[in-house]
Design a protein around this ligand. Structure first.
Ligand SMILES: *Cc1c(COP(=O)(O)O)cnc(C)c1O
Length: 375
């Protein structure tokens, strides 16, 4: 490497249409490049307060305990499980993709007794099946991924929420890919614990994990037999910093929080319904273009995400080569399949800033040219 060249002099320009991160608005990048203040500066405490207020609006919740945990989306997942689960707890986890599997892994590591309810990758969780399992016995917690980024499937969170509450369990939802791209309404759906990530439909760089816990969830954490095994993610230590006490816990990532502040401001300035509609319209334009190219979806009709489109690789097409050419010649990134879908699908993300007709048309044109040459 040339030690005289700053990184910014040789960065590539990419259109990020994979499963995340997505592209970031210039004003978010500018916010993150701003000079620092101390994380205990009265100005910064005001910024933290505003971020919390905006997050409550985007999550559609009145939960006091709503803030961005330091770390990526998976840290948010870990925050929820680590604070709510103790060894021996009975937990039910919905699994129809990679992120459901990840929740099973986390809950198991914490000593929970995990019962799984599954659907094949590409299909949603069946609420009727869930209902019969929930009738068998009480669970402490039921977890589901709202938008399964590994398969492009939306799970019926609202219906599942009603069943979970009849059982009396806490309801935990992964909203990493849904928040900012489709409706998320924690209060209306009775969600007790939710986590998200900044780099998907919020169009902010990776590094923070918005989380929200209901008063009932906070009470469950308060009544633990043993303290939370994680010091860094302990809800009560974090509450002392994000709440009224403002007690130092760890140094907040100041620049990341500046970025999130600006990203949330953009979300709310646009308005949630308008933003969801923009994601929907971009998806519909993509559907039309893919059909014209003779491509098919891998996710079940009626349960497809707007912001993450799982597309079958046609017979005889070298899927990795298509992604390589897209990146090298057109500067466009799309995602590969994971797990059982590896080599079989492409994952096209139209998240946040990229959920636009012009972006979709740029992709379709490039994809059309590449596929035309390959066939
Ligand atoms: C991306 C993602 C995660 C993990 O987020 P990281 O930021 O990669 O840690 C969790 N759940 C879902 C549904 C995701 O799409």
């Amino acid at each position: 490497m040339d030690l005289r060249s700053p990184l910014t002099s040789f960065l590539p320009k990419r259109l990020l249409l994979g499963p995340g991160p997505s592209n970031v608005a210039p004003s978010v990048l500018a916010a993150m490049a701003s000079p620092l203040v101390s994380h205990l500066d009265p100005f910064f405490l005001k910024i933290m307060e505003e971020v919390q207020q905006m997050l409550r609006k985007v999550f559609q919740t009145s939960h006091e305990m709503t803030f961005p945990a330091s770390g990526t989306g998976s840290a948010g997942m870990e925050f929820c499980f680590t604070n709510l689960i103790e060894p021996g707890d009975e937990v039910l986890i919905c699994v129809n993709g990679l992120f459901g599997e990840r929740m099973v892994d986390m809950a198991s590591r914490l000593g929970a007794i995990v019962r799984r309810i599954e659907a094949p990758w590409g299909q949603p969780i069946d609420p009727t099946e869930l209902e019969s399992v929930l009738r068998e016995r009480p669970f402490k917690l039921v977890a589901v991924v709202h938008a399964e980024t590994s398969t492009g499937v939306r799970n019926p969170v609202e219906t599942i929420g009603r069943l979970v509450h009849e059982n009396g369990a806490l309801f935990l939802v992964d909203t990493v890919t849904s928040l900012g791209g489709m409706e998320v309404n924690l209060d209306a759906w009775g969600v007790d614990a939710a986590f998200s990530g900044t780099q998907k439909c919020l169009s902010c760089p990776p590094g923070l994990a918005p989380v929200s816990l209901s008063p009932r969830a906070v009470e469950v954490a308060q009544n633990r037999k043993h303290p939370c095994p994680s010091w860094y993610l302990d809800l009560f230590l974090l509450r002392a910093y994000w709440g009224k006490e403002r007690a130092y816990h760890h140094t907040a990532p100041v620049s990341s929080i500046y970025g999130l502040h600006e990203a949330l401001r953009l979300v709310l300035e646009e308005g949630l319904p308008a933003r969801w509609e923009r994601h929907k319209q971009a998806h519909l334009r993509l559907c039309q273009g893919l059909e014209e190219l003779g491509l098919e979806f891998a996710s079940e009709k009626g349960h497809r995400l707007w912001q993450l489109n799982a597309v079958k690789v046609p017979e005889g097409v070298d899927e990795a080569n298509v992604r390589k050419v897209l990146l090298e010649r057109f500067g466009i990134e799309i995602g590969a399949g994971l797990g059982p879908l590896r080599g079989k699908i492409w994952r096209i993300g139209l998240m946040g800033e990229n959920a636009r007709i012009s972006v979709v048309e740029r992709l379709l044109e490039a994809l059309g040219e590449i596929l035309h040459k390959q066939s």
